[in-house]
Write a protein that binds this ligand. Structure first.
Ligand SMILES: Nc1ncnc2c1ncn2[C@@H]1O[C@H](COP(=O)(O)OP(=O)(O)OP(=O)(O)O)[C@@H](O)[C@H]1O
Ligand SMILES: N[C@@H](CCO)C(=O)O
Length: 301
């Protein structure tokens, strides 16, 4: 194989109480990533949403870092041309940086027949997250690779659990820039025992709800985070207003990843009213989508 083209989806990390643990793959938006074997070295081109804000330097681009590390570890003698078409705006809270790193890891595995497991792909992909977030958090790259709902239950050694799920979500992307690095820096180093008990309880409720297919329980527990949302909501003007205005139209709403994206679990028949509220407050892009199945191959030749 000389060339492979994949689509790598947006993901929503944390989902309220599952900070750095829970993640959900979305069906859209997504990045399209093409890797081709080339004579030597690594080259990167980026076009699409927010391309002007994304470095093409191998050591600063999340896909570049992943390709560089795989080439080194597998002693690959060829070069790789990376073409990224961004469908996910960077700094969105929708796993824009993760979509590129996960897509690159997945495509390298196919292009060079490396036979890496999904867990190994997550390990490589999370190296890309180190440069965008300052920490190799895997809660966006895991759902991009596995699809559905994922839990990073341990970081060292890495352990990822996966539950395939299928429900509708609405994602709003206000025109506000929040960098993951900054949104991590404002969080406290320690929390009270009471907050810990609250968040663990809500996280347990969410996992149980997936086995019971109880989307109401999922959304209600997702809104129960008492640790992260109180800090990060300050970085997203309009968030608390939207939350109050749509509370009767949704099963749940929370900040997606580090924001400013917001993930909403809508009640049946309420989508158009939800969109009206989002339009009144933010007049921003809104995706009515559903949980996705992760990275897909578009072409290989
Ligand atoms: N291929 C890439 N795609 C997107 N962002 C990239 C890429 N390579 C490097 N970056 C950098 O990563 C940063 C964006 O990552 P950040 O984690 O802040 O946003 P995000 O991935 O959309 O959000 P989140 O991780 O909260 O879901 C930007 O500074 C951007 O320049
Ligand atoms: N868990 C990470 C996800 C970033 O998308 C954070 O919230 O900082």
């Amino acid at each position: 194989m000389e060339k492979i083209k994949v689509i790598s989806p947006a993901t929503s990390a944390n989902l309220g109480p599952g900070y750095d643990i829970f993640g959900l793959a979305l069906s859209e938006p997504y990045d399209t990533i093409t890797l081709s074997r080339s004579g030597g070295g690594i080259s990167i081109s980026v076009k699409g949403e927010g391309a002007n804000k994304i470095p093409t330097d191998v050591d600063k681009n999340t896909a570049g870092v992943v390709v560089r590390e795989i080439i080194k570890d597998f002693n690959i003698k060829e070069g790789v041309k990376i073409e990224i078409e961004k469908g996910i705006r960077p700094g969105s809270g929708l796993g824009s940086s993760a979509a590129s790193s996960a897509g690159a890891a997945f495509a390298m595995n196919e292009l060079f027949n490396l036979n890496l497991s999904k867990l190994e792909l997550v390990k490589y992909a999370s190296l890309g997250e180190s440069i965008s977030a300052g920490f190799p958090h895997a809660d966006n790259v895991a759902p991009a690779i596995y699809g559905g709902f994922t839990m990073v239950v341990n970081y060292n050694p890495l352990e990822v659990l996966h539950i395939p799920v299928d429900f509708e979500v609405v994602v709003a992307l206000p025109d506000i820039e929040v960098s993951t690095k900054k949104a991590r820096e404002i969080l406290p180093d320690s929390i009270s025992l009471r907050s810990m008990v609250n968040n663990v309880g809500k996280a347990c409720g969410m996992i149980y709800s997936l086995f019971k297919k109880d989307v109401e329980l999922f959304g209600r527990c997702m809104m129960g985070d008492s640790v992260v949302e109180p800090y990060r909501s300050q970085l997203i003007p309009g968030y608390l207003e939207v939350k109050e205005k749509i509370k009767d139209l949704v099963y749940g709403i929370t900040i997606s990843g580090s924001g400013p994206g917001v993930i909403i679990i809508p009640k049946e028949g309420k989508i158009s009213r939800i969109k009206e509220v989002l339009d009144e407050v933010w007049a921003c892009p809104v995706y009515h989508t559903k949980v996705g199945t992760g990275i897909q191959i578009l072409e290989r030749n």
